[in-house]
Design a binder for this molecule. Structure first.
Ligand SMILES: O=P(O)(O)OC[C@H]1O[C@H](OP(=O)(O)OP(=O)(O)O)[C@H](O)[C@@H]1O
Ligand SMILES: O=c1cc[nH]c(=O)[nH]1
Ligand SMILES: [Mg+2]
Length: 208
């Protein structure tokens, strides 16, 4: 598994703004989408292209087109929806596969409540979206769900990850690539990332 930690100044700056304790729902939502857009740029850098001939204004012209697997974007409900618009800005034709998990607050185990995957998922590259990778339980369950459906090409985009969660996913799924804006220090006793962003779902949906 490759872990790509973004070092682009725009990503760092925007993530810094998201860490402020008094950020508004509007600003948090906008920044989540903007950082997701920038992470998408990084996560698609190695997509293969092939040459095709197009009819240009002055006659035939050779152009590059993306080759290979089509993409399905996989937002993990709820918080992953906050990244979806930014990703679809760059990949507007992607199908969306929605996966719903919430984390039991006491056991920290993921509880599945919704799955609706794109057709022919075995022929697609899956781009999982979730702002937070904490213990890794939710991501592990999502990856297993995609693999059970036949998906063989999986990448994940996250705003903040904890070292504990990254280690768990690296060991369990060496075939999955992770793109993250920042790797923070650790988890607290309630499984929240420090310094982190707090509860990303609540901040995106304004439920706190
Ligand atoms: O790595 P883990 O320890 O599994 O934790 C991460 C998960 O927790 C949060 O979701 P939450 O359960 O708060 O649901 P929400 O998106 O509905 O707020 C977050 O968005 C991840 O999905
Ligand atoms: O820090 C965390 C951990 C899990 N879920 C969140 O929203 N934030
Ligand atoms: Mg939440």
């Amino acid at each position: 598994m490759a872990v790509f930690v973004a070092d682009h100044p725009l990503i760092k700056h925007k993530l810094g703004l998201m860490r402020k304790h008094d950020i508004s729902t509007k600003n948090f939502r906008e920044l989540a989408s903007e950082v997701a857009r920038l992470l998408t740029y990084e996560a698609t850098k190695d997509l293969e292209t092939e040459k095709k001939t197009a009819q240009g204004w002055a006659g035939p012209v050779e152009v590059d087109v993306i080759k290979g697997k089509k993409i399905t974007v996989v937002p993990i409900l709820r918080a992953g929806l906050g990244m979806q618009d930014g990703v679809l800005d760059l990949i507007p034709g992607a199908k969306v596969s929605v996966v719903g998990f919430y984390r039991n607050e006491e056991t920290l185990q993921p509880v599945e409540y919704y799955v609706k995957l794109a057709k022919n998922i075995s022929k697609r590259m899956a781009l999982i979206l979730d702002p937070m990778l904490a213990t890794g339980g939710t991501l592990d369950a999502t990856i297993r769900c995609l693999k059970n459906a036949g998906c063989t090409s999986i990448r994940g985009l996250f705003l903040v990850a904890a070292p504990e969660g990254l280690k768990r996913i690296t060991e369990a799924h060496p075939d999955v690539d992770i793109y993250v804006a920042a790797v923070d220090e650790r988890l607290n006793e309630n499984g929240y990332i420090l310094p982190g962003l707090g509860d990303a779902g609540d901040k995106i949906f304004g439920t706190k």
